[in-house]
Design a protein around this ligand. Structure first.
Ligand SMILES: Cc1cc2nc3c(=O)[nH]c(=O)nc-3n(C[C@H](O)[C@H](O)[C@H](O)COP(=O)(O)O)c2cc1C
Length: 364
């Protein structure tokens, strides 16, 4: 198989295997975190991707950890997203919504009533989120210590995902991706270090996977599992509170469960390839592929050459590109014509308007 050949993912036929990664750009319209015409233009420019996975979109107010990220739970947000999906479809593309709850990766200033963020346990992250600092300027701030969700609150969070999945359907998306990667709430539940629960939502690999599984079931109940994908980042680095020694076993259990649910695809982000940190090896990918028979996508620091190699060797079905899509809206076409790639400006990744967002030209 080749990178620029089509791929069936559930009922969708992707014209190529170059998938656009979800990319938070913090440019929704205010107030209300509503997707806008500007966002629609940005996504339509990238419609040549086999599949676009839209930027992470919070499923409820508590799910937000960055300023100006779009939500997917109000009527205004639904209508804003409809502008985006219509523009992508008019340009010939396909787009999934990435459903997001940040859990402990947040700050009180972003939370309703300035309450503490929620997580599986009350362990703080030593990471940062994007909020107003003490001087009232937007920037990276230390995450606040979360409080552990009460047992009776967990079904309400799952309900928020179900609601968001319905809103995504009304907004005209082609499917949804559950964000189970990068240290956000479902990933917090998966971690043997962060998840200290003893109430059936933590304890062993099966109980720790339960939160993600229940979310997948809820959104598949809305969409059908063949229009649902899951993003994961097995072994995505050390937690300040300790090493997750069970990451491999944990994620192989998730593979088994996603296979049972019949989800269309999984995207595994490899932190070793993306950031030169810990990550997973080819043996892990092969084990995953044996257990999970849906489409497998891989991400993290991929080049065209590496992606071609992964697909040719059958390690994955599609390859996911993040940063390359920021500065190269017509990335698959550049691959097809063997053209050089432009490099994005990191200072313009988060926040702002057209600059560094919709002003990247096509190659021709
Ligand atoms: C500006 C920026 C925003 C990102 N936002 C998201 C996001 O919303 N959801 C997500 O799952 N990953 C997000 N990521 C991670 C990317 O999807 C991707 O996995 C990562 O950049 C590694 O792939 P790459 O080397 O091809 O860029 C983001 C990365 C960047 C650079």
């Amino acid at each position: 198989m080749r990178l620029l050949e089509p791929l069936r993912v559930g009922p969708l036929t992707l014209p190529n295997r170059v998938v656009m990664a979800p990319l938070t750009r913090c440019r929704s319209a205010q107030p209300g975190n509503v997707p806008s015409e500007l966002n629609a233009r940005y996504y339509a420019q990238r419609a040549g991707a086999g599949l676009i996975v839209g930027e992470a979109t919070q499923v409820c107010p508590e799910g937000q950890g960055y300023l100006w990220t779009p939500g997917i739970f109000t009527v205004e947000q639904r209508d804003g997203w409809r502008t985006v999906t219509e523009a992508v479809h008019a340009a010939g593309g396909r787009i999934h919504a990435q459903l997001w709850h940040v859990g402990r990766i947040s700050h009180r200033s972003l939370q309703p009533g300035h309450a503490a963020p929620v997580s599986c346990s009350d362990l703080p992250s030593d990471g940062t989120c994007f909020a107003f600092d003490e001087q009232g300027k937007p920037g990276r701030v230390k995450c606040d210590t979360p409080r552990a969700l009460r047992t009776e609150e967990i079904p309400q969070v799952i309900e928020a995902y179900r609601h968001a999945a319905r809103v995504a359907m009304e907004a005209g998306f082609d499917g949804v991706q559950v964000h189970g990667a990068n240290g956000y709430l479902p990933d917090q539940f998966l971690s043997s270090v962060q998840n200290r629960r003893t109430d059936g939502w933590g304890g062993d690999v099966v109980s720790r996977a339960r939160f993600l599984l229940e979310i997948v079931r809820a959104v598949a109940g809305v969409w059908g599992a063949d229009r649902v994908g899951v993003r994961l980042s097995p072994h995505s680095g050390d937690d300040p509170t300790g090493k997750d020694l069970e990451w491999r076993e944990q994620h192989l259990e998730v593979a088994r469960q996603l296979q049972r649910e019949g989800v269309a695809y999984a995207d595994l982000v490899n932190y070793a390839w993306a950031y030169g940190r810990e990550g997973f090896d080819e043996g892990f990918i092969r084990d995953w592929r044996t257990l999970f028979r849906g489409a497998l996508m891989l991400s993290g620091g991929l080049t065209r050459e590496k992606a071609e190699d992964l697909v040719a060797r059958g390690l994955c079905d599609a390859c996911v590109f993040g940063r390359a899509f920021i500065a190269n809206p017509d990335l698959p076409e550049r691959f097809r014509r063997n053209l050089a790639l432009a490099k994005g400006d990191e200072t313009l990744y988060y926040g702002g308007a057209e600059r560094g967002y919709t002003d990247w030209p096509r190659a021709d």
